[in-house]
Design a protein around this ligand. Structure first.
Ligand code: IMP
Ligand code: MG
Length: 182
């Protein structure tokens, strides 16, 4: 048992399941955007692991950039307040934008980000999320590409953190309650 696995209550998706999921999404995106100028925008920090796998599963000459947002606080619940910490530096008017996010929970973060990019008049804006917890949605937003629908539990690994740590766990795990309840 490695050291990181002690934070893990149970594995929701193992490395192979995640690899299969990324391959399927990459193939679908390749098909849907063939002949189009695709611009991928990764939401840092959580999206970076998924982004790096996803871009290598897309067989198109894509351009990409990164934004950073934060919802205040370090708890396991989102605050609903989104702050843009780092923006992209290119205009979007001739591009098809695909936002790449780690997880959709209440949907507040993506609703905010999507509206922000739509205001810059790109050819289209779609959303690709690695994981989705639809039960927790508080605003009306549906991702266009979903890696896996997961239950309403706090998960870590594959880019997702708890209080800044555990992003480097290669599996998607349910966080042990004892980590945040004591
Ligand atoms: P939303 O705005 O409620 O949809 O939350 C989106 C953001 O909250 C994600 O980008 C994550 O950073 C964080 N988040 C939501 N659920 C989880 C989780 O289960 N584990 C880790 N981070 C999460
Ligand atoms: Mg995030």
């Amino acid at each position: 048992m490695n050291d990181l696995s002690r934070y893990c209550e149970r594995v929701l998706l193992n490395k192979q399941e995640i690899a299969d999921m990324v391959k399927r999404l990459g193939a679908q995106i390749t098909k849907d955007y063939e002949g189009k100028k695709l611009f991928l925008i990764c939401v840092l920090k959580g999206g970076f692991v998924f982004m790096s796998d996803l871009v290598r599963a897309i067989d198109l000459p894509v351009d990409m950039d990164f934004i950073a947002v934060s919802s205040y606080g370090s708890s396991t619940k989102t605050s609903g307040v989104v702050r843009l910490l780092k923006d992209i530096d290119k205009p979007l008017n001739d591009k098809h934008v695909l936002i790449v996010e780690d997880i959709m929970d209440s949907g507040l973060t993506l609703k905010y980000i999507k509206a922000m990019f739509e205001n810059r008049s790109p050819l289209s804006v779609k959303v690709c999320t690695a994981f989705d917890k639809p039960e927790r949605r508080r605003v009306d937003i549906t991702p266009d590409y979903v890696g896996a629908v997961i239950p309403d539990e706090y998960v870590v690994g594959y880019g997702l953190d708890y209080d800044g740590i555990l992003r480097n766990l290669p599996e998607l795990c349910v966080l042990k309650r004892s980590v945040y309840e004591d």
